[in-house]
Ligand binder design. Sequence first.
Ligand SMILES: [Zn+2]
Ligand SMILES: [Zn+2]
Length: 417
Amino acid sequence: MRARIHGGAVEIGGSCVELEHDSERLVVDLGLPLDARLDHETWLPAIAGLATGDDPSLLGILISHGHPDHYGRVPSASEKVPRYIGEDAHRILKEAAFFAPTGVDLKPAGFLHDRRPFEIGPFKVTPYLSDHSAFDAYGVLIEAGGRRLYYSGDLRGHGRKAAVFERLLRDPPAADVLLLEGTRIAELTSSARGLETEKEVEDAAFQLFRQTNGVALALYSAQNIDRLVSLYKAAKRADRLFVLDLYGATIAAATNRPTIPQASWAGVGVFVPLSQRIRVKREGAFDRIAPIRSARLYPEQLAEIADRVVLTFRASMSAELARAKCLAGASALWSMWPGYLERPSGVELRSWLDRHDIPLTIAHASGHATVADLKRLVAAMSPARVVPIHTAAPELFLDRFSDACVEVHSDGEWWSV
Ligand SMILES: [Zn+2]
Ligand SMILES: [Zn+2]
C-alpha cells in the first residue's frame, strides 16, 4: 500500500490523503483549507476520477468527521464516487443545511461505526470513535497488502468523551504507520491557551452565569455538541433555563441521543430568531417548528425572564434583542476560537456589545490534543513510523517524538506505507 497527502502536510486544514494498493485507490478526507470560502472553493486535488467519477480504480471517499476542513470539497467531487461518514455526523450536516452554508447532504453510500470493520475493494477499514469537538468523529485503520495505516483524523483527550481517548490508549490498533494530526504541535505548555478541558469551560461558564444580573448570552458553534452539553450543565447549575435557537434544537435532535439536551427537556427552551422565522416561512417548513412548540419562548417574554436565562446568541439576533429590551445587566460568553473575534465580524460584534454595555468573557477549550496526549497516543500505539498531518509545523514532530521514527512527507508525494 502507498499513500500521498494532498492537503494538510504543512497546514491545519484542507486534509486529504489518497491511498493506493493493487492499482485501486481510496481517498481519506477531502477538506477545505481553513481560509477558503465554503461557497466559492470548488477546486479538487489531482486525484484521478474524483471530478468525473469515471475511473473505476477510485473506490470511495472516507470522511472522518463533519468539519469543513475534512469534508468541504466532497460536494465538488462526482456523486458517482461513493462516500462514507458516521451516520450521526451525516444527519447533523444534512439538518444543518437548512440553516447554514456548512450544512450539506453528502448522500453517503455507507456509514462508519465504532470498531466495526468493513471492506472497500482491497482495503479493510476499521473506524475508531474519537473525542473531538465534532460529533461522531473517527480515526480509521486501513489495511491492505499486509500493511496497516492508522489515520488519526482530529482528536483530543480532554473533551466530554475523554474516556474514548483513554480506551484508544488501552486498546490501540496495531499500525505500521500512524498518520497523526498535530494542530497544537507548536505549543510547549498547555497553559498558554487558557482553559484546557470541557469541564473547565463548564466551570467558567457557571461562574459567569451565576454572577450575571440579566440575560447571559452564549456564543458557540451549533454543531459543537460537547460544548452544548458543557453550557447546558453550567446553566442548570446556575439555575437558569438553557435556551437554544431553532438551529441548535434541530442539531441536538439530529444527534439522535437521549443524553444530549433536547427541546423537550424541562431545563431547555427554544427561541426562534427573526432570521429563522423568515426562513421557515419562506420555505414553508412549518414542520420544523412543531417539535419545539411546547418549549418556545417569544421576544416579548425575554425581558421578564432575562435573569433566569442563558440564551444561545448569534450576531444576527442583535437588533431583535435590543428591540426586546432584554439586555439590561446582560453578559456575553464567547465559547469559540478567540481568533474569530479579530475578524471583521468579531470586531463588529464586540463594538455592538460595547454599545450595549455587555461585558464579553472568553471560555473555550481546543478540539485538539495537547502535545502530552499526542505523546501518550504514540507511546501506546508504538507504530513503526509517525507521519505528520493537519499541522503548520511538521518538522516539530521530529523534536516532540524523538523516540519514534518520524517521517515528514510533502503534499503530492507518494510514499510506501
Ligand atoms: Zn475537526
Ligand atoms: Zn481539522
